[in-house]
Design a protein. Structure first.
Length: 80
């Protein structure tokens, strides 16, 4: 079973995405660009977890990490 590592860094991108999520203004698609190894995939997985989370918390929003959907996402086993 895989478990996602905690997302570190990318504070500006995370804040912008979380605020857009809270306002219901996320674009229909996003392009994450940068050199290999900087965390693009992990940032995308964090956003996916936020989108399926049943109880996003805080401002800016963060996935709760405890609901069933968050646990599925953390294990990379979400049915969606």
């Amino acid at each position: 079973m895989s478990v996602l590592p905690r997302l570190r860094g990318h504070e500006d991108a995370r804040t912008a995405l979380a605020r857009a999520f809270t306002r219901g203004e996320l674009p229909g698609s996003l392009l994450l660009h940068g050199p290999a190894g900087v965390g693009k995939q992990r940032l995308a997985l964090w956003l996916a977890q936020l989108l399926v989370c049943e109880r996003p918390q805080g401002e800016p929003a963060e996935p709760c990490g405890r609901c069933q959907h968050c646990r599925f996402a953390l294990r990379l086993e979400h049915p969606d």
